[in-house]
Design a binder for this molecule. Structure first.
Ligand code: GLU
Length: 480
């Protein structure tokens, strides 16, 4: 295996809502890359936007990662030499660095009011110019600045982007990227509330947390020049950038909350196995060497490679998750699926204490579902006695039916245990031969008595599933 040393990557969500599948994709790719090379996967909470901060979000982010089995090595509530992992607890560091940039002439105070900024934007829009801060505070004199600071006029700090230069950087997915500095705004780095913006905080943290590779969504590609500017201003070497392709809906529109609730906890709560969610998300912008589709987490770690992250947007087709989910339900160890399903039976008050029968029921019913809670729909008929409809009750009362039932009860009682499906099939054939009855006349009464309907599962399957005692009791009830 190819080795890369000292991999340190981070998933750095802003706690503004529930963790959605797009966020899981970023977390997963970072996780896979770290695990593949024995690196470190860090969770950092970027909580510097106090207006959008959502208290429940942090808990949801951490519990969702945990439910998916994407355990982080360093992060909130864990030890690690880069703590704290909440940006709101690192403010001193950001202030110190912002001050350093101001002192070096690479950042400046801006005292513009919201009205001034709105007005500036409107004029630029009318003049069909790029809307960006026009730098009017860039050249304030020291005395002017001092006077405004003393007068306690609210301010922000902006980076001083040089004009007439080109930001030139490599991205592992996009290749060489060049962006003219004229297109890059003098971005705010410290806000009026004393909190840094994402740009300043992320760069400082990535540096001090010794992040080797930054894997994040493509929407951040155009922020990268600002980050490069900061790295250069501080005299630090930047990490390797890896921008993950955009996620689009099947109609190629941009994936957004408006298209539905894509929070991962919603999917897990709805009964999609975590294995299916991980597998589905792994293929959003990455493919294996042989285009195989189904992978466990362990296999993904083996197979993952940054070189196979795609440039083109990934299509978010939720029907594929349905399909994968069904596949996992059928492929996971039976005991595990049975265990996961227990809760749904309990919810419906279905008595599943007979473990042998329960496993057989699950083994059959799991073939018919794509998500776990649907299991009871395909299983509860094996735990109830369905009242017969008119047609069935007439059939079962016929003499010929009674003959079949009587013969079968006797044979079953005398039959040796354990009786597998094959042995039961032999019994069915023997019944047919001895009584000279076949086809519907043979199967219908047995199925009606055992299952409550003419149509349904095969007789051997039913008897095997109920076991001898329950089968006898069901058959007995219909003997007149
Ligand atoms: N806090 C940013 C986000 O929520 C992180 C971007 C990055 O990874 O640099 O997407």
């Amino acid at each position: 295996m190819e080795t890369i040393n000292d991999i340190r990557v981070r998933f750095a969500p802003s706690p503004t809502g529930l963790l959605h599948l797009g966020g899981v994709r970023t977390a997963l790719f970072n996780y896979l890359f770290a695990k593949k090379y024995n690196g470190t996967f860090i969770l950092r909470i970027e909580d510097t936007d106090r207006t959008r901060f959502d208290e429940n979000s942090v808990e949801n982010l951490i519990s969702s990662l945990c439910r998916l089995g994407l355990d982080y090595d360093e992060g909130p509530y864990k030890e690690g030499d880069s703590k704290p992992y909440f940006q709101s607890e690192r403010l001193d560091m950001y202030h110190k660095h912002a001050k350093q940039l101001i002192d070096n002439g690479q950042a400046y105070y801006c005292f513009c009011t919201k009205d001034e900024l709105d007005d500036m934007r409107k004029k630029q829009e009318i003049a069909k110019e790029t809307t960006k801060y026009d730098g009017r505070c860039k050249n304030l004199s020291d005395t002017e600045i001092q006077a405004k600071l003393e007068a306690k006029i609210p301010f922000v700090v902006r980076m001083k982007i040089p004009s007439d230069t080109v930001f030139d950087f490599e991205d592992l997915v996009r290749g060489n990227v060049q962006i003219a500095s004229d297109l890059v705004e003098d971005q705010v780095i410290l806000k009026a509330d004393g909190f840094p913006t994402y740009h300043l905080a992320a760069v400082i943290d990535d540096h001090y947390m010794r992040i080797s590779h930054v894997l994040r969504g493509e929407e951040w590609l155009y922020s990268t020049p600002k980050h490069l500017f900061l790295y250069q201003a501080f005299g630090w070497s930047p990490p390797i950038w890896v921008h993950l392709p955009l996620l689009l809906n099947t109609d190629r529109s941009k994936l957004s909350k408006r298209h539905g609730d894509f929070s991962v906890s919603t999917y897990l709560d709805a009964g999609y196995p975590k294995e299916a969610v991980i597998n589905f998300v792994a293929l959003l912008g990455w493919h294996s060497a042989d285009d195989r589709e189904l992978f466990s987490l362990g296999e993904l770690i083996q197979e993952f490679s940054l070189e196979r992250i795609t440039k083109s947007a990934a299509i978010f087709d939720i029907t594929k998750l349905e399909w994968m989910s069904g596949w996992y339900i059928r492929s996971l160890p039976l005991q595990e699926v049975a265990h996961k399903c227990r809760v749904y039976f309990e919810k419906e008050g279905i008595d599943i204490h007979d473990e042998v029968k329960y496993l057989k029921v699950i083994s059959r019913a799991r073939d018919q579902i794509n998500k776990l809670p649907d299991i009871t729909l395909h299983a509860k008929m094996f735990y109830t006695e369905t009242p017969l409809n008119q047609e069935c009750s007439e059939i079962v009362q016929q003499d010929i039916s009674q003959k079949v039932l009587t013969w079968f009860v006797k044979a079953l009682q005398e039959g040796e245990e354990p009786m597998d499906k094959e042995a039961i099939q032999i019994l069915v054939s023997k019944c047919s031969a001895e009584l000279g009855i076949k086809g519907k006349a043979l199967y219908f009464p047995l199925r009606i008595a055992l299952f409550g309907d003419c149509h349904g599962p095969d007789i051997p399957l039913l008897i095997d599933l109920y076991g001898k005692q329950e089968s006898l009791s069901r058959l007995h009830k219909h003997i007149l």
